[in-house]
Design a protein around this ligand. Sequence first.
Ligand code: NAI
Length: 677
Amino acid sequence: MSNVVSCEIKGDIALVKIDNPPVNATGVAVRIGLLDAVAAAEKANAKAAIVYCAGRTFVAGGDISEFGKPPQEPHLPDVYQTIEDSSVPWIAATHGTTLGGGFELAMACDFRLAQKGTRFGLPEVNLGLVPGAAGSQRLPRLIGVEAAVELATTGQLIDAQKLYDLGGLDEVFDGDPLEAATAFAADLPTVLSPISQRTPAVVAYDYFENKRAEIVKRAKGQTSPLDNLRAIEWAATLPFKEGQPKERALHLELRDSAQSKALRHAFFSERAVSKPKAIEGGTPLEIRKITVVGGGLMGAGIGFACLNAGYDVTLIERDQAAADAGRERIEGLIAGGVKRGKISDEKAEKLKSNLIVSDDYAASADADLAIEAVFEDLSVKQQVFQSLASHMREDAILATNTSYIDPTQIFDGITNPSRFIGLHFFSPAHIMKLLEIVRLPTTSKDVLATGFDLGKRLRKVGVLSGICDGFIGNRILSAYRRQADYLLMDGCTPKQIDEAMRGFGMPMGPYELQDLTGLQISWANRKRQAPTRSPNERYVRIGDLLCEAERFGQRSQKGWYAYVEGDRKPNEDSFVTDLIEKEASEAGIERRTFTDQEIIDRLLAVMINEGALIVEEGIAERDLDVDLVKIHGYGFPRWRGGPMHYANEIGIDRVKNAIADVAAQSPNSWRLSERLK
Ligand code: NAI
């Protein structure tokens, strides 16, 4: 017997225990152990075999260390088929998160029991895959095609009770899995035909066609949801013995696909991102009370996110009326959570009672952390920290949410610089996953570790950034927008650029996005940068001219596009296209046409170049930090893995060619990264 699977014959029952920490993944030793257990149970003529797991969960997936290698025998589908074919009835006693190979194992058994609260799912879709051990073939035969499609095409988890209601479980129990399964085995029900022999109920003749159209819209270029739909269609239309090998072949093919590699890269990066070298040896400090200064758009979102994560929050505003308005914003967000069923009425009351608003900094005295989100103005921010420092403990952490201002200037003159940090949230702050954790030269490891701990509690992806203009994300965004503006001058329209980038998989193009978020912040930033901008740098002033014409985006119904009141649909506007042509002609540019691919290549090349510079300068520790910033803060398609992963995928030569085009078109406006040189 393998050392990760044991089989004990107790009375007439075989107790098969998987003990393969941390998540009992189905690595080769587990597969061998399960085959041995089938043989041992049969040899003992057991009345039933119970498979259960040690530790915090039943099998929660495949062995990630086997990814990228040729599959090793025995193969998982064969192992599970052997279990299903065994003369001994098998009972799966599940708990924790029964995912992927774990769910597939449970479905190969004759009976499935689950501890209350166990969650099931086929998350392969999120890694660009279809299940590889008949999950897509057995699930529709167990709970019906529609429910199976929902699970397999989204990767969503389903609670044990819901799975039971769908007919997917024989029992949901309180207590110990082995005890519950032993009691179940003592009074074993009649064994029905194995799941693989059942026929899924018929669905409407146009079900798959309609579903396909729906998924194409939703998946925005990601192909694995469609692959999963296809696999379930095989289950609905073919006998198991034909559908199962097709699923397996597709699974193996997809393991080598670009999308699966990109999604796996994102997945592994999310595990690595919270462990940068810079926090090694740091211990998070305890945070219970948080002061948020500024209850505007960002402050309200941050305050709500902190309340929702269980912190006490004090919101400080400049006067009582602004404080009341801040409370109203936060209460509005709480009410939104209640309306969407995410927050119970009881919890909403608790959150409200955990919130204090005030215009007096004395209210911040007992906070462990203050997060500043006032106007993007250096002197206002400096005053805020003077006031905070005079009321708070000397070791309380001071954080700024500034987008662009150098935090060392913001904290100038405050005592104990080891406690300074940047916590850069993204709008809407209670929804966006990204949190840039900005390190000052003086920030202590403990304070940085506290930033990461807070990020985790707020369910965010914390990424460490050093100090530069715009930190990681907005710096790349600025380069991207600058290049988009050059393309405008050289022959494109905002609409063409937006459409090309949506075709690449971005949720929005650069101009639609600016209209949505408003043109003022970046305008103010360009004005701030003007004194230090090189006179040789190519500068496009169309964005400035739009702001001067009070075209600030959707909020003023005019920006890069025109809007009809109450409608977010962007309409091309001759004011803008005329302005572009006029500016180009004054600059002596002969406008030409660009293909969508040229647009994509150039915009990606500048993102990649900027990302590479950011890593070279030590602003980001690793390429993966850049990738996660773009995926979680800027809608970069996850299935493309982030700009740095994408660069490796398409090959450095293609990136170099594109960046050479960019440099030739706008000389003196680019610094090339060493890696690209
Ligand atoms: P906002 O204008 O919506 O809110 C600022 C709030 O600060 C106002 O409610 C104002 O009354 C308050 N305030 C001003 N001076 C104050 C003082 N001395 N004491 C207390 N409260 C004061 O601005 P928004 O958009 O929330 O931005 C706040 C900060 O967050 C800025 O530094 C901005 O750069 C940054 N940020 C903004 C993002 C965005 O998308 N809007 C994204 C990430 C960061």
